[in-house]
Structures are given as structure tokens and as C-alpha cells.
Design a protein around this ligand. Structure first.
Ligand SMILES: *[C@@H]1O[C@H](CO)[C@@H](O)[C@H](O)[C@H]1NC(C)=O
Ligand SMILES: *[C@@H]1O[C@H](CO)[C@@H](O)[C@H](O)[C@H]1NC(C)=O
Ligand SMILES: *[C@@H]1O[C@H](CO)[C@@H](O)[C@H](O)[C@H]1NC(C)=O
Ligand SMILES: *[C@@H]1O[C@H](CO)[C@@H](O)[C@H](O)[C@H]1NC(C)=O
Ligand SMILES: *[C@@H]1O[C@H](CO)[C@@H](O)[C@H](O)[C@H]1NC(C)=O
Ligand SMILES: *[C@@H]1O[C@H](CO)[C@@H](O)[C@H](O)[C@H]1NC(C)=O
Ligand SMILES: *[C@@H]1O[C@H](CO)[C@@H](O)[C@H](O)[C@H]1NC(C)=O
Length: 409
């Protein structure tokens, strides 16, 4: 084993990033890290009622690293009956944002009569009688890598004015899904294999009367027009070598930023910085590879410059030429991508560094340490455009799924 690492390090591995001109990646047809990642909407009709049915709708995030962050998910659709639209008598574990025109009802007013209902999640402090399983996380959805048990959201609807048999009922159409600040494109609803459910005691299996599915995928094309939200700066252990974030990486300085370190009562929303990014990822080399040492130790820290927004359950996708199966991450969770071996997803440890609080407060900067090995099979020069002379930069860093600007020397 040892010989594998006896690479002679006469040079220090620093970071360098040469190209902000990689924007062509942004409009690629699919995500190379997660080619089949999607959010699937599952609509299970559970029982018939005198004028319609009761259904449980699941929103399953099967994306490996994309989370849904505040303001949370929003699911919309258009009712499909031709003569008179369906109505939502009630919703549990979620709510329609618009009640629509219910004036034709005299007593017993429906929850929503909108032709195009849009459902959002309920907050975390929702009372027990409004809850169902997998509801009420304020619209957050974890990625599959982070916490598969928090990657599904569910709500229950009672639909009226609808068909009451599997032949007369209509699949809603034109589904739309918004995941926090990210937009998705949804395909048509399709009949699917009937879902099966096991009762809590595990003794009985039931099945849905009808199951429809809709697949929604992340809209990458839109990203090209968005301002970046994060930048990556690099430094040596003694700060002698530094590569700062480019000025105005994330936008121009404006009235909504504040230098006092005190948010006041009205916006400014951000602390003023040269880079004007809400988030700065700092890579500091603590230990350079010794002659026979095969790794370098990097202190990764994330600093939040927002005055009004915490980052909860954040993710950091790190693509670096020295990331491989030997990568060690201390004080953070991590997982390798199946398709791109040079990339790992990192995320916080509960109650240690999974929350990055607002600027100026304790916890607005979090950190951990990673060890990167340059094994003998890695030829940094050939595997990466981000190595120049003795400096190596990450190829790519994504914070909460958003690509960060990387400092150049
Ligand atoms: C959506 O994700 C599921 C789960 O990973 C996968 O089985 C399915 O093939 C994906 N669908 C599409 C259209 O990518
Ligand atoms: C609401 O619905 C009623 C009856 O269905 C209709 O007469 C009325 O014009 C509608 N109002 C609006 C503002 O659409
Ligand atoms: C969810 O999964 C995580 C780790 O996979 C575990 O620590 C946690 O307890 C689980 N939570 C629930 C509610 O099952
Ligand atoms: C509808 O229900 C009938 C009788 O229960 C069944 O034979 C038929 O296969 C069902 N059709 C669909 C599309 O599920
Ligand atoms: C689908 O819904 C969107 C959003 O409301 C709307 O802009 C679009 O025209 C609708 N498309 C169809 C085919 O109904
Ligand atoms: C990593 O950097 C952070 C912020 O600069 C600092 O607070 C922390 O002590 C550093 N950790 C180590 C192990 O050097
Ligand atoms: C590494 O790649 C460069 C450029 O492709 C090549 O010139 C060099 O010989 C390679 N070195 C090794 C050790 O394979």
C-alpha cells in the first residue's frame, strides 16, 4: 500500500482555478453527477367518497444532492374534468395557497375551488390534527444522500366534484413544481403500478385504488441567468499565499448591504464584502504534503453573510482532482458520487455544523477538515484543467446545488 503513496512531493499543492468560462456546462442537457435525479410526484387514490375520492400525494426527492430549501416546495396542477372543475374539500399536511372562487357553495365551504390549485407545506409547529406522515417541514426536502427519511413530503387531499370510479376519475394535468429557488420541469401524469402499503403492525398489506405518477426534473438552463450565490477562496496555512474571491463575484455593492455587522430593523440583507456573495467557502491548507506523505490537509469553512437567512441541512459538492476513494473527511458527512469519482458530497453533522446561522451570530462560520490523497493513478495535469504549475484548485464546488465562483490567483 505504502508504495502507492510514495509519490515524491517536491511541490506544494495549492489551488488555482483558471476558468470562469465553464458556463457551457450550465446548459448541459443533464446533470453529470446525477443523470437520473428527479422529483417524482405519486398520487395514490386511497378511497372513494360520495362525490369524489381521498388521495395521498407523495413528493419523492430522489436527487442525490439537490435539496429543496426555503421558501420550500410548491406543487401545482390543473384539474382535468371538462364540464365542472374538481374542488378540494380538505387538505391535511399541506394547504392550497389560493381558495379561489367558492361563492357557489352556501354551507360547507371547500378548502379550495381554484381551477389551478397550488399546494405548499405546513410549518414544523403544525398541530397534530393537521399532520400526516412526512408532512410539515416548512417545505424542506433533503437529498437522497443526506437523509433519505426526510426526502419525501406527503399531503392528503379530499377531492370533490370528481369521478367516483376508476373509469370516471380524471388525472390532473400540467403539473408544476418549484423547489425553493429552483425550478423544475414536470412531465405528464401517467398511470403507474398500484402502490402497496404495509400497516404499522406489519400484518396487513393494502393497495391504492389508482396510482398516477409525474416526474419533474431540475431546470438547468435557468441557472445560466442567475447570479452566483457563493464563491470559493483559497489560502496557504500561513496565509502567505492567497487567492481571494473576485470582486463582485455575486453582484454589485448596493444599499441592501451593511458594513456595521448589525442588521438593524429593516434590510440590509447582506454584510458588505468585496465579493458580495451571501456565502464564502474558504479552503485553507493546514498541512502540505511532506516528502513521503501522500495527502494534504484542508480546512474547509463556510461563512454566511446573510443577516436574515440560516442555512439548515446545507450540502457542499466538491470536485477536486485529488478526491478519490481515499479521501477522509473529519467532522462532516461525506459520500462519493457513483459517476464522477473526483467528486464527493459533504454535509453537516447534526448539532455540530449542520446549521450555518446568520451573519454576526455564533455559528455563522462552520468548518471541518478533509484529507485529499493524490494516489499514483491520479495525473492531476491530465485529469483537470484546474492545476497550473504547483497549484491545484477544485474543478467545481456547488453549495446547496448552486455553482460557486472560484478564485483565481
Ligand atoms: C426518476 O428517479 C427514479 C428514482 O431514482 C428512477 O427510478 C427513474 O428512472 C427516474 N426517472 C427519470 C425519467 O429519470
Ligand atoms: C364566482 O363564481 C360564481 C358562481 O360560480 C360566478 O357567478 C361569479 O361570477 C364568480 N366570480 C368571479 C369573480 O369569478
Ligand atoms: C433518519 O436517518 C438518519 C440517518 O440516516 C437517522 O440518524 C435519523 O434518526 C432518522 N430519522 C428518523 C426520524 O427516522
Ligand atoms: C378498474 O376497476 C375494475 C374493477 O375493480 C378493474 O377490473 C379495472 O382493471 C380497473 N381499471 C383500472 C384502469 O385500474
Ligand atoms: C400550465 O400551467 C402554467 C402555469 O400556470 C401555464 O403558464 C401554462 O400555460 C399551462 N399550460 C397548459 C398547457 O395548460
Ligand atoms: C478552520 O478555519 C476556521 C475559520 O477560519 C477556524 O475557526 C478553525 O479553527 C480552523 N480549523 C482548524 C482545524 O484549523
Ligand atoms: C500527465 O499528463 C500530462 C498531460 O497529459 C502528460 O504530459 C504527462 O506525461 C502525464 N504524466 C504521467 C506521470 O502520466
Amino acid at each position: 500500500m505504502n508504495s502507492l503513496f510514495r509519490v515524491s512531493y517536491t511541490i506544494s499543492f495549492f489551488f488555482l482555478f483558471s476558468s470562469l468560462c465553464n458556463t457551457s456546462i450550465l446548459v448541459a442537457a443533464h446533470d453529470p453527477y446525477d443523470p437520473t435525479g428527479n422529483i417524482t410526484i405519486k398520487w395514490d387514490v386511497m378511497s372513494w367518497t360520495p362525490d369524489g375520492y381521498v388521495a395521498v400525494v407523495d413528493i419523492v426527492n430522489s436527487q442525490l444532492y439537490r435539496t429543496v430549501q426555503p421558501p420550500g416546495w410548491k406543487l401545482g396542477w390543473t384539474w382535468a374534468r371538462r364540464d365542472e372543475d374538481e374542488i378540494l374539500w380538505s387538505v391535511f399536511g399541506g394547504q392550497a395557497i389560493d381558495q379561489g372562487n367558492c361563492s357557489r357553495f352556501i354551507s360547507n365551504i371547500p378548502h379550495s375551488c381554484s381551477k389551478r390549485p397550488v399546494i405548499v407545506d405546513l410549518p414544523t409547529d403544525t398541530t397534530l390534527n393537521q399532520r400526516i406522515t412526512n408532512c410539515c417541514r416548512g417545505g424542506r426536502l433533503s437529498s437522497r444522500y443526506q437523509a433519505i427519511n426526510k426526502s419525501t413530503a406527503s399531503f392528503q387531499i379530499s377531492v370533490g366534484n370528481a369521478g367516483t370510479t376508476n373509469r370516471t376519475v380524471r388525472m390532473p394535468k400540467n403539473f408544476t413544481f418549484v423547489g425553493g429557488r429552483a425550478e423544475y420541469t414536470c412531465g405528464p401524469a401517467k398511470m403507474a403500478r398500484l402502490s402497496r402499503f404495509t400497516t404499522p403492525d406489519g400484518r396487513r398489506i393494502t393497495q391504492a385504488l389508482l396510482t398516477w405518477k409525474v416526474v419533474c426534473t431540475y431546470k438547468r438552463a435557468n441557472v445560466a441567468n442567475k447570479l452566483p450565490t457563493c464563491c470559493v477562496s483559497l489560502s496557504s496555512f500561513n496565509q502567505q499565499k492567497k487567492a481571494n474571491c473576485p470582486t463582485n463575484s455575486c453582484g454589485r455593492r448596493m444599499e441592501t448591504c451593511n458594513t456595521q455587522g448589525n442588521p438593524g430593523i429593516v434590510p440590509p440583507l447582506l454584510k458588505c464584502t468585496d465579493h458580495m456573495c451571501p456565502v464564502n467557502i474558504k479552503l485553507q491548507i493546514l498541512q502540505q504534503p511532506k516528502e513521503k506523505g501522500a495527502y494534504m490537509t484542508v480546512n474547509v469553512s463556510i461563512v454566511n453573510f446573510n443577516y436574515r437567512m440560516n442555512y439548515i441541512d446545507w450540502t457542499l459538492l466538491v470536485n477536486h482532482p485529488f478526491i478519490n476513494k481515499l479521501t477522509r473527511v473529519i467532522h462532516a458527512n461525506h459520500k462519493q458520487f457513483p459517476n464522477i469519482k473526483m467528486a464527493q458530497l459533504m454535509w453537516g453533522i447534526k448539532r455540530r455544523n449542520d446549521i450555518i446561522t446568520t451573519s454576526g451570530r455564533k455559528g455563522s462560520a462552520i468548518s471541518w477538515v478533509m484529507q485529499l490523497y493524490k494516489d499514483s493513478s491520479t495525473n492531476a495535469t491530465s485529469t483537470s484543467s484546474s492545476c497550473k504549475k504547483d497549484w491545484c484548485a477544485p474543478n467545481e464546488i456547488l453549495f446547496n446545488g448552486d455553482r460557486c465562483v472560484i478564485a483565481s490567483l
